[in-house]
Design a protein around this ligand. Sequence first.
Ligand SMILES: Nc1nc2c(ncn2[C@@H]2O[C@H](COP(=O)(O)OP(=O)(O)OP(=O)(O)O)[C@@H](O)[C@H]2O)c(=O)[nH]1
Ligand SMILES: [Mg+2]
Length: 226
Amino acid sequence: MKTVIIPTLNEEENIGNLIRLIIQNLDSDDVQVIVVDDNSKDRTHTIVRGLQSEYKGVSLLIRTKERGLSSAVRHAAKHVTEGSVVVMDADLSHHPQYLPRIFEKLDEGYDVVVGSRYTAEGGTAGWPGSRIAMSKIATMIGRILLRIKIRDPMSGFVGVKSKDILVHGSVDANYKFLIETLARNRNLRASEVPIVFRDREYGESKLGPKTILLYLALVLKLVTSH
Ligand SMILES: Nc1nc2c(ncn2[C@@H]2O[C@H](COP(=O)(O)OP(=O)(O)OP(=O)(O)O)[C@@H](O)[C@H]2O)c(=O)[nH]1
Ligand SMILES: [Mg+2]
């Protein structure tokens, strides 16, 4: 069984299309989709519940007291019983067309497979130069300070061989759980699949300018604790 975990916060414009595309790109009998939502106030729940009558493998977890992407992912991972798991954003920035290749690489034996913007055929579509530069500088800081080989450790498109890597891999990250997982678990076999990251078309970003500070604080904490 393959699992796709999607953390959501007010993603009514995107979640329906995303789930349909996931089912189109993977064998629907062999995939379960877990939407983990932090009490969205829009129609996200209604749309997911509507799809549950069409696709039996779709489940919805709602957290009412907690917030945060990384802890939402950990929460959902605890509900997985077996098989490999991919985490992806709800806003179609991570296209489901890449899922078969990510699951294939996990089947080949990698512990972690990253949907990567910074490999030869990967990239970002619709980003201004300033955002590319910011992202690349932040990535470089993390890679150098934490000695990480993966070229896109800030990616949120992440496959793991076992849910345990998600449940135990990151404890501090609010958002960038991959870089923490790689920094804390040096013996994980990791690989990358090129992806073209598309900017969200609908809905609002949940992550403000504070995200970069939280990321730098996380890197600093990881540097000093190793
Ligand atoms: N459950 C949960 N999901 C979250 C939370 N914050 C963000 N998300 C989801 O995590 C994913 C990534 O968040 P985005 O807002 O797209 O972050 P981003 O890609 O850096 O920002 P954009 O450039 O605007 O897309 C999306 O699917 C969000 O709905 C949260 O606190 N809880
Ligand atoms: Mg996004």
